[in-house]
Design a protein around this ligand. Structure first.
Ligand SMILES: Nc1ncnc2c1ncn2[C@@H]1O[C@H](COP(=O)(O)OP(=O)(O)O)[C@@H](O)[C@H]1O
Ligand SMILES: [Mg+2]
Length: 259
């Protein structure tokens, strides 16, 4: 972290921070309901997230975390409610519009172009003003010697770095990361999470982080929500949730923890 050489220091701060509505929430969700066709999965939920916040999205399998991410990304139509990014209401189920508005999803299957190399995967996704390859490598040093290797030949950890990097070159205002840890050793996830923190700090992006390693997620998050059976049962400072393992465990077992 050096600020010594002024404007040329490689970082990701060339991101969208300047376009954020000053003071207001970057992501605002009101009465959001979601599901598949007529099947409702998410009960109406409200969420308001300020710039630079890492929000952990926790909850047991099948609780609706992926459904929330897909719906925010416009890949699923909403069954009700509003989603706003920097004060602009997004149409339901319009992934391209959501993406242009700054919602960028890192899906749980990574969805890389396996036959393209790392630079090509970044180049096809990059928006004007998005971080350069040098800036990406500064964030993810293990990718430096791998730029000309096809995504299919990367290790799982390298693929996940590339998946996050590919989201980053789109200059996200709201970065949606679904299960970064899928198929990765906890030690690899532990190495990636500080980068997520840095992205939020340096670009002012909101990060929604779905993560099965609850403690690791709470270490890096500012705040976290817990979904149980599609219902948002907790929404608190990450430190408060981390200090209440019994309450968290009860939530994961499906108990009602709201007082
Ligand atoms: N394509 C689908 N069609 C119908 N129901 C689905 C579909 N995908 C997921 N579901 C259901 O939605 C609920 C939430 O799933 P999901 O959002 O994937 O949970 P999580 O990501 O928290 O594990 C589950 O009950 C699951 O069975
Ligand atoms: Mg999921």
């Amino acid at each position: 972290m050096s600020e010594t050489n002024g404007t040329s220091s490689p970082n990701v701060a060339a991101g969208p921070v300047g376009t954020a509505a000053p003071g207001g929430p970057v992501l605002e969700v009101r009465g959001l309901e979601a599901g598949y066709g007529p099947i409702s999965v998410l009960r109406p939920m409200d969420l308001s997230v300020e710039a630079g916040t890492v929000l952990g999205v926790l909850g047991p399998n099948g609780s609706g975390k992926t459904t929330l991410m897909l719906t925010l990304a416009g890949l699923l139509s909403r069954l009700g409610g509003d989603v706003r990014v920097n004060g602009t209401t997004l149409p339901s189920g319009r992934a391209a519009v959501a993406n242009r508005s700054g919602l960028v999803l890192v899906p749980d299957d990574r969805a890389l172009f396996t036959a393209l190399d790392v630079r090509e995967n970044l180049a096809v996704a990059r928006r004007a003003g998005g971080p350069t390859d040098d800036e990406i490598v500064d964030l993810f040093p293990p990718l430096a010697p791998r730029l000309r290797v096809t995504a299919g030949e990367l290790s799982g950890g390298e693929q996940q770095m590339l998946a996050v990097a590919r989201a980053l070159v789109q200059r996200p205002r709201v970065l949606l990361i679904d299960e970064m840890s899928m198929g990765l050793a906890p030690v690899v996830v532990e190495g990636l999470l500080p980068v997520v923190r840095r992205i939020a700090d340096e670009t002012g992006a909101v990060v929604l982080l779905v993560e099965q390693h609850v403690q690791l997620a709470l270490d890096v998050a500012d705040r976290a929500v817990v979904l149980v059976h599609g219902e948002l049962v907790r929404d608190e400072a990450a430190a408060d949730l981390a200090a209440d393992p019994a309450g968290l465990e009860a939530a994961y077992l499906g108990a009602t923890t709201l007082s």
